[in-house]
Design a binder for this molecule. Structure first.
Ligand code: EPZ
Length: 417
């Protein structure tokens, strides 16, 4: 297993290019199995989860080729409606093939994704909504067995604006008979990107980005060429890197509007973030102050940035409260930050961070994707050496993180153990 070794104290300066979005690429890759023609996707990041998704597509009967530099070509062959457990357990997003398989084949056998480090992660909202469209489900030996005599449009009201649930239903509804209305739908930019991709394939979706989405089912979807959006969470993570090191970074190929809530919080802390001709410039001094953060569905502050802003708050002045409202167990990084000297008190879904601390480098353990990122951020500013173990979590969602950081002056290297 690899680890990252970081010597803290370097101020980051220079340009970092933001890669394509992991959380837009995954559903778009899976949606490609619904297209009757070839699909060409650009700006796809080179990540573990992308490789896992391409493996899934192969198991489902698709051919795919990734040139390793952003371009993926997919052609759906004779589809096989089964996503096996040993693949689903490594990537929960595999459950997104449920909608497409039911829409294309009228049947699906998908391993029920287990929980993960951040929570139980049920898929009840996906299943209940698909049942409204005429699907029936059994649970057998850890697999969801779904079937339908063709999906029909329905009026779905989600109990919670579930990102994955909205994405599963968008794909299923695209080929259903009649109109589907999704109320209390997720508004995340990655959902919009999926809807725009499906429309490029001939789907008829409107309202994406709002909480009411309408889908007029069509008989078939064609292939297309589509460019995936940039990764707003990767971008937010590098904004945090510039902030925590008191650096001066220019992020290129960087989203801006989709990061409004994150940028507002960093500005409130005293970080200077502006668009300029080259991209988004992030400058910070050593006088940041803590803020209060509540994670919310989009356009609120994203839960996927909670661990990263917590790391920045550890070294900012004052104290702040972080309330995690999306997942039930998303403070694992706090326990490792405390081992580096952070002063954080967890009480249920709330974390109180007392800033103004000098973090001390230590061997730390990554537990999930964004927790790993927060430990890397802490290592960049900590006194001495930090070793982040189990960085396969990081490799799921951050393309070449050590290369991008070291190109901006960080003293970081990957060591294979
Ligand atoms: C997506 O997960 C993202 N993953 C997550 O990013 C992100 O944290 C999350 O959305 C919230 O923004 C991908 O896009 C691949 P949800 P998803 O369905 O779809 C509950 C990362 O770090 N819920 O919106 O699983 C659920 O338990 C990952 O890149 C139900 O109760 O998120 C959770 O508490 C981590 N029943 C909340 O809703 C359901 O049927 C949000 O889940 C579905 C969800």
């Amino acid at each position: 297993m690899d680890k990252l070794v970081i010597e803290g104290g370097a101020r980051l300066e220079g340009e970092i290019r933001i890669s394509g979005s992991k959380n837009a690429s995954l559903p778009i890759l899976i949606a490609s199995l619904m297209a009757d023609g070839d699909v060409f996707l650009e700006n796809v990041p080179k990540l573990r989860d992308i490789n896992t998704t391409l493996e899934l597509l192969t198991l489902l009967g698709c051919q795919s080729h990734f040139n390793g530099h952003g371009l993926v070509e997919i052609s759906a062959g004779n589809l096989v409606p089964e996503a096996p457990y040993d693949l689903v357990r490594t990537m929960r997003a595999s459950v997104l093939c449920l909608g497409p398989l039911l829409a294309k084949l009228g049947r699906a056998k998908v391993a029920l994704p287990g929980g993960c480090a951040i929570g139980s992660r049920p898929v009840d909202l996906h299943l209940r909504a698909l049942e409204q469209m005429g699907a029936g489900f059994d649970l057998d030996s850890g697999y969801i067995i779904g079937s339908c005599e063709g999906l029909r449009g329905a009026h779905v009201i989600f109990d919670f604006p579930t990102v994955g649930g909205t994405e599963n239903l968008l794909m299923a509804a695209s080929l259903a008979k009649g109109e589907t209305i999704l109320e209390n739908a997720a508004r995340e930019p990655e959902v919009v990107d999926l809807a725009d991709f499906l429309n490029a394939c001939g789907a008829r979706i409107s309202g994406q980005g709002t909480s009411i989405i309408s889908v007029d089912g069509v008989p078939s979807l064609s292939g297309c060429r589509y460019r995936v959006m940039s990764d707003r969470i990767e971008a937010g993570t590098y904004m945090a890197a510039g902030a925590i090191t008191g650096g001066d970074l220019v992020l290129t190929n960087c989203p801006f509007e989709e990061l409004e809530a994150v940028i507002a919080k960093f500005r409130e802390m005293g970080v200077d973030i502006e668009k300029d001709a080259r991209g988004v410039r992030v400058r910070a001094g050593k006088d940041l102050t803590c803020v209060d953060v509540v994670t919310l569905p989009y356009p609120g502050f994203p839960t996927d940035m909670q661990a990263q802003i917590m790391a920045v708050m550890c070294v900012a002045r004052g104290s702040g409260m972080i309330k995690e409202t999306i997942f039930e167990n998303r403070f694992m990084h706090a326990l490792e930050l405390i081992r580096m000297g952070a002063k954080i008190r967890i009480s249920g879904q709330n974390a109180v961070v007392r800033g103004g601390v000098e973090l001390i480098g230590a061997p730390v353990m990554a537990s999930d994707l964004r927790a790993s990122a927060s430990l890397v951020l802490a290592g960049l500013v900590a006194r001495g050496r930090t070793e982040v173990q189990r960085i396969y979590h990081l490799d799921r969602g951050y393309e070449k993180i050590e290369n991008k950081l070291s190109s901006a002056g960080a003293r970081i290297k990957r060591v294979s153990q």
